[in-house]
Every structure is written in structure tokens, then in C-alpha cells.
Design a protein around this ligand. Structure first.
Ligand SMILES: C[S@@+](CC[C@H](N)C(=O)[O-])C[C@H]1O[C@@H](n2cnc3c(N)ncnc32)[C@H](O)[C@@H]1O
Length: 205
């Protein structure tokens, strides 16, 4: 699993390497651009413009929402990712902090129209995901929505099938979403697959 330093080192080449994996439809980023586009469209179709991004990286998604007038808050632990995202969003409120230890205090006092986390929460254990997602949901405004785009599978069986097919390239350190297991804690969870290995999870209050 990449730590803060690993993400610092990956930051400058991140957009390019993710784009290549997406373009040739390979694990783990097959479907990446489509998922980000879908979230972009849905956030802009919503009523409000206050957006919280967890693990915003280079700001690939929120940078575009920022250009459309969204107010952006975010948390990431990589200094280099934060620096790159700040170039795209000088007025955004971007905080450094490890989300496996929770949200930074500065982000807790506000309510958001949309909470976004793309390709970041697979660094949490399944139990950690449930607790953190519940905390994030409590920060949504009444008609707000939380969008999680990530490597995900409908069932544990599907995850195991893909893991066997992908073989050595499978990253055993990452803990991917299994939708039917998560649904036990979030009965209203909506899931839309965008590739053989990734999809969009939407949560409403
Ligand atoms: C694969 S990148 C995804 C970036 C962006 N959301 C995207 O979709 O392109 C994961 C991001 O999450 C951040 N991240 C990973 N684990 C984290 C943690 N425990 N606390 C805070 N940020 C973390 C990394 O620094 C990185 O910027």
C-alpha cells in the first residue's frame, strides 16, 4: 500500500499513468475517466456548489468543478498532491491529514452539497470504510449526495474471479469495495459498474 511518501513520488506522473491504464482498459483504472465525468455531471446537476473531496490527489475532478464555480474543501496526506491541486484551485480549502485517523477538525464544522472520494478509500479496511463513510454522510446537507468512485465489485465472488484473472498485477495491499457487503450498512446504496473492475457508489441520507 502506498504511503504518504509513495504518493508524493507518484504525484507528478499521476495523471499520465492513470490516463494510460484507463485508455487501454486495464486494471485498476479501467473506467476512471467515465466515473469522474459522471460525478462531475451529477455534482453540477445538483442544487448546491459546496464540495468536499477526500483524497483529491492532483485535483483531476475537483479542479474541473472549481472552474465551474464550485467551492472546494478537501483532505489528502500527500504534500506534493496538495501542491499540484493548489495550482489548479488557489482558493480551495485543502488540508493535509491522514484520513485513516479521521477528518481534520477544519472540515467537520461545515455541511456539503456533495462529498466525493475517487480511488482513495481502498486504503481503509472494510470496517474503517463503514465508520468513515458514516462520518462523511453526517456532513451532507439534507439533499446532498456522496459519490465514491473506485475499484469495486458487486460480490466477493466477482472480486475473487477478477483477482484470479488479473494474477500478478493484482495489488493485494489494497482493500476494494464489495458492494453487497457494504449494502448491509448502507441499505440505500446505489451501485453502477463502469468497467470490469470499477464503479460508482452513491449514498443519500
Ligand atoms: C489514487 S489517488 C486518487 C486521487 C484522485 N482522487 C483521483 O481520482 O485521481 C489517491 C489519493 O488519496 C490520497 N490518500 C491515500 N491514502 C490516504 C490517507 N490515508 N489519508 C489521506 N490521503 C490519502 C493520496 O495521497 C492520493 O492523493
Amino acid at each position: 500500500m502506498l504511503d504518504k511518501k509513495g504518493f508524493d513520488l507518484w504525484a507528478d506522473g499521476y495523471d499520465k499513468s492513470v490516463g494510460l491504464s484507463d485508455e487501454d482498459g486495464s486494471y485498476p483504472f479501467a473506467g476512471y475517466r467515465q466515473i469522474l465525468n459522471e460525478i462531475y455531471n451529477r455534482v453540477l446537476a445538483g442544487n448546491g456548489r459546496d464540495v468536499l473531496d477526500i483524497g483529491f490527489g492532483t485535483g483531476a475532478l475537483t479542479g474541473k468543478l472549481y472552474q465551474q464555480g464550485c467551492r472546494i474543501w478537501g483532505q489528502d496526506f500527500s504534500e506534493r498532491m496538495i501542491a499540484l491541486a493548489k495550482e489548479k484551485m488557489p482558493e480551495a480549502k485543502l488540508y493535509q491529514g491522514d484520513f485513516s485517523k479521521g477528518l481534520v477538525e477544519e472540515l467537520k464544522g461545515k455541511r456539503y452539497d456533495a462529498v466525493i472520494a475517487t480511488y482513495s478509500l481502498h486504503h481503509l479496511t472494510d470496517e474503517g470504510k463503514i465508520g468513515f463513510l458514516k462520518e462523511l454522510m453526517s456532513l451532507l446537507k439534507e439533499d446532498g449526495c456522496m459519490f465514491v468512485g473506485d475499484v469495486a465489485f458487486k460480490t466477493r465472488g466477482e472480486l475473487e474471479r477478477q483477482k484470479a484473472r488479473i494474477g500478478d498485477a493484482w495489488d493485494a495491499d489494497e482493500i476494494y469495495f464489495v458492494v453487497e457487503e457494504l449494502r448491509k450498512s448502507f441499505p440505500l446504496l446505489n451501485y453502477e459498474p463502469f468497467s470490469f473492475c470499477a464503479g460508482l457508489l452513491s449514498f443519500r441520507k
